[in-house]
Design a protein around this ligand. Sequence first.
Ligand code: GZL
Ligand code: ZN
Length: 307
Amino acid sequence: AGCGSGSGGSGGSGDGKIVMGFSQVGAESGWRTANTKSVQESAKAAGIDLKFSDAQQKQENQIKAIRSYIQQKVDVIAFSPVVESGWDTVLQEAKSAKIPVILTDRAVDSKDTSLYRTFLGSDFIEEGKKAGQWLVDQYKDSKDPVNIVQLEGTTGSAPANDRKTGFQQVISADPKFKIIASQSGNFTRAEGKQVMEAFLKSNPKIDVLYSHNDDMALGAIEAIEGAGKVPGKDIKIISVDAVHDGMQALADGKINYIVECSPLLGPQLMDLAKKVVKGEQVPARVVTQETTFTQDQAKQALPSRKY
Ligand code: GZL
Ligand code: ZN
């Protein structure tokens, strides 16, 4: 019963436009700023009235933003959960207010999947597997131990959890691969540099760095060069995202392989939002298309990259 399409929002904009409340993680990385641009431009193109908030990577700020969108009776709420858990209460409040929720980019670990209509984003386990597979292929003819250090994304976030899991699954096929150190650099350049400096001090022989995003890899490159070593040669680097600065470092030979994670979710998000507000069925999961890049492929792709 109640208002038809199940969207509790009168829209609040009055001019019949769909009103979307969007809670963004923050502005921690090149990926994030490209994602924000995609969401904002796509909302404009779709004629959707976007209310946007930046949570500075704090879950309580996202919860506050979602609560304010519920108060404002928006038509639909979309957000990228900074961490996987702790969302059930606020998502239940949105459900009681009959405001549909769309997850974009990162996932939540709520058991009750009726708390959101769909999850649009990458398969981070797949990304971790692709990173591991490159390493297995690179070292298939060598018997010597391969010492790996890992820069993890934000603690508790789906990309950090799943990129770690996927990578581990693939390299565990061969005991020569050893993760000798693993720590969060919170997806930022500054923290990636700090953690890599510590790794270099406490581990005399590092063969490979696996970084959960390009921003931390770029920070690590500064630390590696600061230690008088050559990134891409003395220490091989595998990264994830394929944002412009990462692709440039790949083309310059300072990174060896990048697994793409597309931030351009805006157009699909707005299409899904329109369907959800109309009460139409949408798939529970929409996986974004993405690829991988070697150094040569980066040189080819750079001129036409959008971000
Ligand atoms: C992945 C996204 C991650 C990026 C990081 O979809 O959540 O957050 O890989 C960003 O660059 O900070
Ligand atoms: Zn997970």
